[in-house]
Design a protein around this ligand. Sequence first.
Ligand SMILES: NC(=O)c1ccc[n+]([C@@H]2O[C@H](COP(=O)([O-])OP(=O)(O)OC[C@H]3O[C@@H](n4cnc5c(N)ncnc54)[C@H](OP(=O)(O)O)[C@@H]3O)[C@@H](O)[C@H]2O)c1
Length: 244
Amino acid sequence: MNAFNLAGKTILVTGASSGLGRQTAITASEYGATVVITGRDTNRLNETFAALRGEGHQQFAADLTIQADIDRLVANLPLLNGVVYSTGISDLSPARFISSETIAKTFRISFDASVLLTAALLGKKKLAKNQCSLVFISSISTRYPFVGGAMYISAKAALEAYARVLALELAPKGIRVNCVAPAFVRTPMLDETATNYSQEAVNMIEARQILGLGDPEDVANSIVYYLADASKWVSATSLILGGG
Ligand SMILES: NC(=O)c1ccc[n+]([C@@H]2O[C@H](COP(=O)([O-])OP(=O)(O)OC[C@H]3O[C@@H](n4cnc5c(N)ncnc54)[C@H](OP(=O)(O)O)[C@@H]3O)[C@@H](O)[C@H]2O)c1
């Protein structure tokens, strides 16, 4: 028996229309999982769907900052053996320019969306007892911050703190909760950072990571470990994927 096999498991992946969520959905399907993917952009969601291996996958468009969308998504879901939370936005704001709008915008998608989705999944009993693993995508920047990242990093730090409490609360149900904390990975989010900030900043980041920039597969493979029975004794951790 291969402990990394995901056959027989149904996994929900948010943010699956792009980047790390897309790759995680594809990799999980290659390991045998049945995958439910969600995101806002239906064209890009279709592209992910077309790349999934195997049968029985589902897709639902939803804006996870809208409670009605969360409720509709959850109502349509089968019983889940795992959830990968990969929604996020990259918005850089030097401290003096932070406003209540900046705080609300970042937290709404990078924190509230995952927390409220989890509450709805628990409320509707969509997480399989003794056979479920939740994986949040945090960021290495909670340990090694970067200038302008105050809101992004604060939201990720809050998410990690939330995940540790969730791990405590859900342990009696046999549901595990972990985070991965990647350094910079080549995804559309990184392209956005280069556009909104500067290519030099991205070059500096790359130089700081001794193994260079990561590929989405590097993150997806670690998430497969957390979803699989290989990690059945692992909860309340955060794995740094630091590029060295
Ligand atoms: N890339 C990196 O270097 C890196 C490093 C560390 C951590 N992370 C984290 O990893 C996660 C994924 O990042 P990524 O690089 O894959 O970014 P990405 O390519 O920009 O993907 C972000 C995803 O979030 C979804 N999303 C955004 N707002 C949403 C909303 N309101 N409702 C539902 N979905 C929404 C997007 O869906 P639509 O496009 O369909 O709206 C998209 O699928 C983020 O949490 C990010 O902070 C990334």
